[in-house]
Design a protein. Sequence first.
Length: 162
Amino acid sequence: MDEKLTILKKHLPKAMLKALTPEAIEATPSPYIDGDLIAIMNLPFKVGRESRVAKIKGRLEPVDRPKKDIGSKPNNDLYLVDRGHLLNISREHFQIELREGEYYLTDRGSACGTKLQETSLGGEDKGGSVKLKDGDVIGVGAKSTPYLFQFVSFDEYQIIRK
């Protein structure tokens, strides 16, 4: 039974992001999104802008950037494609992490900042961190950013978190 539980925990998402706007859905490359849901499989979960894109099947998709160091990890778990004239998403924008059983949203020193409800984090490369709870809305970028995501936690399903 313990082996099955270990397998289940490994393959279930830790949390999810729900894309709330058409722009947020469009910015998320198709391999990472199912409808409007993005699975967070590992924490910390790092999000940033992909600067290299190509048109694939009529949609802009990120182009893989192989790392020079074999075995090194990419800078982000999710690369969003910012299509705006004024960029809202930094290359290393924000991350979601778990600290002492609580979720946190951390701006990773982005230029335009990250919004959580009425709270602004970062901007001008400052960074910052705030507690994150189920249902919170994350705005990626400037005040009028179209990139809005809702955080979905599975706290009530303790099997997933432990």
